[in-house]
Design a protein around this ligand. Structure first.
Ligand code: FES
Ligand SMILES: [Fe+2]
Length: 433
């Protein structure tokens, strides 16, 4: 496929299926970087990863390398990782702290907000060379916003505000941040990284796919049909399988997909319903009650959402708490970073338990993530063959309905969430340049 016009793009998405070229065509991938990642609000990082002035985190917006940094004014900035002189990538480390960014090529230096600090051997430039010319700064991305510690940026100066873009998916951020007694999350507990041989959408679709669980993750289920303990101190977790049929309560889980912009979530797992009854958890509840009072604390602890997929590149899980960042490298190659979430103000033992359990479930060598990665690789291999042009997402097309906001809602193991993702994909991809 060479030039791809909107009509051709529309032909790739049907109500119950999408064309395989979404996963295999390098021209589609190139257009995604421009039209989708170049227009949407993209998650860049969390402000707890850059707590002090001079701290920075290397990130990407699609194929554009950027830096999330904290300046001496205390604010976070998102700047292009590009020297204004001759274009060298200024920063080669993934995370660190600098007084100034110093370009390795000719030694120009920049402040953490991207402003030019000095050019080396200044006298060679003559008296008319204006060091205050903004073109000499490392450029800042056109738009960035922070919502409760989560930093999003857009390469487009135009478009919806972040609040409008996130819509009711934003409540998933509120729910998890409100569970931190100090009202803030800490994502600095480490990061798991893995690369898989598959398209980035395979991971985004998967986190809100409740259909695959009893099958892909069969090895995590005991003979009695219960999964291993998903939270600290628990011997076993949900009954999720009865010889292939999901348990009744599993079928009652909410499936939600945004009418616009592609976000989605799967309702909480039954296992999330019982609250632990141990001294550490009691200490945590007391810390929440001290801040919010008893009634609000009870409300905060009600489980509602399991995985939320923030289109196009971030996911949040509220059982084995973690944030996952999806980094598209090529049409058939994707990198994932998984950050365990810790609650500021919660007992240290509880936070340590979160990190330990997330290692068990979602690290590259974990019980659960490994199963999904094997399926991503197999999907990519199968989709690339001539067997069929279509990949199916038909579950629940007959039972989808609209909620009070006009978003899509359903129950159980439907593919409502993935259909929302594909609708947003088409929306961004087919907008005129
Ligand atoms: S390319 Fe950065 S100083 Fe020359
Ligand atoms: Fe899975």
């Amino acid at each position: 496929m060479n030039a791809i016009n909107p009509a051709e793009l529309r032909a790739l998405i049907r109500p119950d299926r999408v064309h395989r070229s979404l996963y295999t065509d390098p021209a589609i991938f190139t257009l995604e970087m421009k039209n989708l990642f170049g227009r949407a609000w993209v998650y860049v990082g969390h402000d707890s990863l850059v707590p002090k002035p001079g701290d920075y985190l290397a990130s990407r917006i699609g194929s554009e390398p950027v830096l999330l940094s904290r300046h001496t004014d205390g604010k976070v900035y998102v700047i292009y990782n590009r020297c204004s002189h001759r274009g060298a990538a200024v920063c080669n480390e993934e995370r660190g702290n600098v007084k100034l960014f110093r370009c390795p090529y000719h030694g120009w230096t920049f402040a953490a907000n991207g402003d030019l600090d000095a050019v080396s051997m200044r006298r060679g430039y003559g008296p008319d060379f204006d060091l205050n010319d903004p073109a000499l700064n490392m450029g800042r991305v056109p738009r960035m916003e922070v919502y409760r510690g989560f930093v999003f940026a857009s390469l487009s100066a135009e478009g919806p505000s972040l609040a409008e873009f996130l819509g009711h998916a934003r409540e998933s951020l509120d729910e998890i941040v409100d569970r931190a007694p100090d009202g803030e999350l800490d994502l600095s507990g480490g990061v798991h990284k893995y690369v898989f041989r598959g398209n980035w959408k395979l991971q985004l679709e998967n986190v809100v796919d409740m259909y695959h669980v009893p099958f892909s993750h069969e090895s995590t289920i005991s003979r009695s049909g219960r999964q291993f303990g998903r939270r600290p101190g628990e011997e076993s977790a949900s009954a999720i399988s009865d010889k292939g049929a999901a348990a009744d309560r599993w079928e009652q889980r909410v499936a939600w997909g945004a009418a616009q912009y592609g976000h989605s979530y799967a309702g909480h797992q039954p296992v999330a319903e019982g609250l632990p009854d141990d001294p550490v958890f009691k200490e945590y509840v007391a810390a929440l009650e001290a801040r919010h009072g008893k009634a609000r604390t009870e409300e905060i602890l009600v489980p509602r959402r399991h995985n939320t997929a923030f289109f196009p590149n971030m996911t949040l899980q509220a059982l084995n708490y973690h944030v996952r960042v999806i980094i598209p490298l090529a049409v058939d190659r994707t990198e994932i970073h998984v950050y365990p979430v810790q609650f500021k103000g919660a007992p240290a033992a509880m936070n340590a338990g979160f990190v330990r359990h997330m290692n068990v479930t979602h690290s590259a060598a974990s019980f659960i993530q490994t199963d999904d990665l094997e399926c991503f690789r197999r999907c990519q291999e199968g989709i690339a063959t001539q067997g069929s042009d279509w990949v199916w997402f038909a579950r629940g097309t007959d039972t989808d309905r609209e909620d009070e906001h006009g978003d899509f809602i359903n129950k159980g193991t439907v593919e409502t969430q993935q259909r929302a993702q594909h609708a947003a994909w088409l929306h961004f991809m087919s907008q005129p340049a």
